[in-house]
Design a protein around this ligand. Structure first.
Ligand SMILES: Nc1ccn([C@H]2C[C@H](O)[C@@H](COP(=O)(O)OP(=O)(O)OP(=O)(O)O)O2)c(=O)n1
Length: 200
């Protein structure tokens, strides 16, 4: 992808379907792979990627101490390519799409209501900063939790969350310029919290 310099003005407020398509056309928004059916009335849907990791703890987690953080254990799909999530398990999985936002856009990502109604949380409603993925594109990381008493089977490659996009007034320090950022991640990356949490 080419670097995204702030270009034409995007519409103010939440980007609706027409504005999302326009933002893609004028380079404010980059999505790969893109499917026109992902564009919703006021959001861009994203699909579950093909890799998943379970968060495995062996003891208490001190957020400031990386050695205590949960380990990311790769999960194999079942024989039919489905992702099995056990009750109470926390699974990190990338979106299928890599996205890139110019400095003029910000986003909020949340699971779709279809999943919430089944007792499955997909993401802890994350904010996506202006400039996220601007240089190379980056996946978003989903934190999938099964709140039911039995396993659930998920289908990689299918729609799982919605990214609401907002026109911003242009960030002075875009996310990709911050240290310790997730702006070039092409797969799930463990929490970097230990790098910047304050030790008292
Ligand atoms: N489910 C999500 C939500 C967000 N992000 C990406 C987009 C955000 O721009 C970036 C950082 O999100 P944070 O909420 O951690 O924002 P901070 O501003 O605190 O960034 P950091 O923690 O990297 O300093 O991670 C993600 O990959 N998956």
């Amino acid at each position: 992808m080419t670097s995204m310099e702030p270009k034409a003005q995007v519409e103010v407020g939440v980007l609706t379907d027409r504005a999302i398509r326009r933002a893609r056309e004028n380079g404010e928004l980059w999505v790969e792979p893109f499917d026109a059916a992902l564009v919703r009335p006021a959001a861009l849907s994203l699909r579950l990627g093909h890799e998943a990791f379970t968060l495995m703890t062996t003891g208490p987690v001190d957020v400031a101490d990386r050695s205590t953080h949960p380990e990311l254990i790769l999960k194999e799909p079942d024989a039919r390519g489905r992702l099995v999530v056990e009750p109470g398990e926390v699974v990190l999985a990338p979106t299928l799409e890599k996205i890139g936002l110019s400095e003029n856009l910000a986003g909020l990502v949340d699971g779709t209501s279809d999943y919430a109604r089944l007792g499955i949380s997909v993401v802890l409603c994350g904010q996506v900063s202006p400039g996220f993925g601007r240089d190379t594109g980056a996946v978003l990381t989903l934190e999938i939790v099964n709140h039911l008493r039995h396993p659930v089977l998920l289908y990689p490659g299918t729609r799982i969350c919605n990214l609401m996009l907002f026109a911003s007034s242009g960030s002075e320090l875009p996310y990709g310029d911050l240290p310790h950022n997730y702006s070039s991640d092409h797969s799930v990356v463990a929490s970097r919290l230990a790098d910047h949490v304050r030790h008292n």
